[in-house]
Design a protein around this ligand. Sequence first.
Ligand code: SAM
Length: 425
Amino acid sequence: MNELKCRFCQSSNISLIIDFGNVALAGAFLQPGQFPDEIKYPQQLYFCKDCFLLQIINKVDPSVLFKDYFYFSSAIKTLRDHFAVFAQEVTKRFLTPGQSAVLEIGCNDGVMLRAFAKLDLKTVIGIDPSTNVISTIKEPNIITINDFFTEKAANEIKNKYGAMNMIVANNVFAHIDDIQDVTRGIDLLLAKDGVFIFEVHYIGSLINELQYDMIYHEHLYYYSLLALEKYFSGFGMEIFDIKPIPIHAGSMRYYVRKKGELKQVPLSNDVIELKRQEIGAGYDREAAYLNYAHRVEKTKIALIKLLDQIRDVENKSVVGYGASGRANTLIQYCQINNTQLKYIIDDAPAKQGFYTPGSHFPIKAREVLETESPDYVLVFAWSFINEIINKNMKYLMGGGKMIIPLPAVKVVSYEDGKIKEELYS
Ligand code: SAM
């Protein structure tokens, strides 16, 4: 076997933080006829002691992950609203009406491109390999390219449309296997005084809120500012501003420029402050991540203990809520089986009738909560817990209970006219 190396800096000075074992791809929902051919891939989280990158070390062919994709950003109102405001904000700050060109990497179904297209820019381009998703963009003033963004693609785009004043890449910069090639492409295609902006899940949320369910093959990197600073400096680029974003239970927006360019914008104090906080939290040291792994293991033990108690002592039933990629990591890591959980409810009709990867739980519509009245609902979509409680008050008022698996295991019930939360450890 080849020696494992850091994906960013190729160092062998890396240490294993969590071994998830062999797991099925978190987004690969399937039908029973596909069970025998389902492939499981090793999933190991490593930390690089040289460049500070927390990463999944194992490789999965990107075309397996992205050619046919289950996720349409525009289906989520929060995202439509967020990207509309984001596009307006950055256009006002960095672009010139009628003159500027913008490219979005991982544009998906055009959730942000549509907002840019309304802002009187000269050129609006999106690139995404998922054919079924990008083909839904039909607006005549948006140029779409159905491909992976690479240095080669960047060259072709530059020859055809010129340099870009802004490149954006949201929730994709952590997803790319050959990230060096993509970064070279960004450097090549970005105008001298251009800005590269990307949003990505923030490592502080992953660590502080024990969001280990975010860890799956699609998300290869878990970025700290410390790791990103080091990485971009290798390309003659620097992060000059940041913005914390509540989306996806805790993201960060990073603003990047070529070193020494875009001089009119000063280095933000927020960058200096976040760096200080990250050094204080030890994000440049292995110990912080080993401590994290220990806390993750503890919540796993608490959750399994509770599920076993419900099955063996209370003799009651549990179903899941929210068949997301996050659910699939949690189920596979905790090895939840069909003696502990019956099925999973999901509001997205596209998933209903399918089965979860690796664990093969059937996915059903929410109506079963009323027809079958399960005793407990394990809320995999725990980051939307308030919305889920509000939507399902009838179930709770009828005596049903909810289990919140993270950041700490809790049981939610409705007693004496109010919502009660009980902690399990
Ligand atoms: N930007 C959208 C958002 O923030 O909601 C979509 C994010 S989705 C999680 C990731 C998208 O990136 C998918 O549509 C996927 O097909 C695309 N993608 C993956 N690798 C890519 C690459 N190398 N170049 C361009 N797009 C890529």
